[in-house]
Design a protein around this ligand. Structure first.
Ligand code: KG4
Ligand code: ZN
Length: 353
């Protein structure tokens, strides 16, 4: 058959990931090595430290992806790698690795935009998903509402004017003293289930701005002030908090989540209205990026989408958070239409990259 196979490499943030995907959408392997432990110990991403962590595991992660897929480098048609956006020191680790393999085995390279990959991976999981469609991309660093008119043709309908929603989840988790060995989002989601979402009256961001942009810096501040005024003792880990303290933390988590997601709902509703004027044939809203693995987010956005007659497409959590599959798949989409770079020289010295 005319199927082909692509290796995808992702190192833009704090996960080192690789995957091998076939052009018919079959995932042959998927490997992610997380720096979450490291981040919890040091309380955030330091670029130099993250770079070293990627460099330490990249060879192993890629080898494991090839082995699990039972594929040799020569079976590949191309190597796809994230070229941005992200920390440049971290991106370089992935790009160097991709160029080394591509140079040695004479393979083309597809440079992939991380956010495009978050959106396009939905076309792997939902074979029906044709252009044009809409996408809400919600992660740690970005909040984007886009209209995808065709491959490579994206109209930005909205973006964050300050922080992304994932950043607000992560800070809320930290300030509430939650266990950060995993990322903050899931910890807040879990605690919010115990809380009263009406307990704290946070205001919805940007009510007066009738556009599709996002802002989470103000909500972050509201959360911090609520924590201070309620005497939550966040220096005590939640596991040892008194039941009273625990329940006030849960109320803050639930109230934060309700308003954070309400902001998404309002923006999506307006964006769908706008997009239908440009492309009346739109049938899908894709929701992807790390925060899209949140069940409450999915349920609420499903309501919005139903109201407007569209269908929600949400990739499974392992494909919403950063992963190599979405990079390989986006590589496949571009390679298929001839968008790739020729193989780099085989004996390229590493320090010129
Ligand atoms: O897409 P992603 O893996 O990396 C970036 O490109 O940023 O997104 C990571 C973000 C983090 O802020 C993390 O806390 C958030 O996604 N996240 C969640 C959940 N799972 C991950 N936020 C809320 N609820 C979740 N279940
Ligand atoms: Zn991401």
């Amino acid at each position: 058959s005319d199927n082909f196979v692509i290796l995808g490499i992702e190192t833009s943030c704090d996960d080192t990931a690789a995957a091998v995907v076939r052009s018919d959408g079959e995932i042959l392997s998927q490997v992610v090595s997380s720096q979450a432990d490291l981040l919890a110990r040091y309380g955030g991403v330091a670029p130099k430290m993250a770079e070293e962590a990627h460099a330490q595991v990249i060879d192993k992660v890629v080898q494991e992806a090839l082995d699990k897929a039972n594929v040799k480098e020569l079976d590949l048609s191309a190597v796809a790698v994230t070229i941005g956006p992200g920390l440049s020191l971290c991106l370089r680790v992935g790009v160097q690795k991709a160029r080394k393999i591509a140079g040695t085995f004479n393979l083309p390279i597809v440079g992939v935009h991380h956010m495009e990959a978050h959106a396009l991976v939905a076309r792997l999981t939902e074979q029906e998903l044709q252009f044009p469609f809409m996408a809400l991309l919600i992660s740690g660093g970005h909040n984007l509402l886009i209209l995808a008119r065709d491959l490579g043709q994206y109209v930005q309908l909205g973006t964050s004017i300050d922080d992304a929603i994932g950043e607000a989840y992560d800070k809320t988790a930290k300030w509430l003293g939650l266990d950060l060995r995993r990322s903050g989002g899931p910890a807040v989601e879990e605690l919010a289930r115990e809380g009263d979402a009406e307990a704290v009256k946070f205001s919805v961001p940007m009510k007066q701005h009738k556009d599709c942009n996002f802002s989470y810096a103000g909500l972050k501040t509201q959360v911090r002030l609520a924590i201070e005024s309620r005497n939550v003792r966040a220096e005590i880990p939640i596991s040892s908090a008194s039941s009273e303290d625990r329940s006030s933390r849960a109320d803050i988590a639930a109230s934060f989540q309700r308003v954070a997601v309400l902001h998404l709902e309002e923006r999506c509703e307006r964006a769908i209205e706008w997009a239908l004027k440009i492309e009346p044939s739109i049938k899908y809203l894709v929701v992807s990026g790390g925060v899209a693995s949140n069940k409450y987010v999915r349920a609420r956005l499903n309501q919005v989408v139903k109201k407007t007659g569209l269908k929600l497409v949400c990739p499974p959590p392992s494909l919403c958070t950063d992963n190599g599959v979405m990079i390989a798949w986006t590589g496949i989409e571009h390679f298929r239409v001839g968008r790739f770079d020729p193989p780099p020289p085989a004996d390229e010295p590493e320090d010129t990259l």
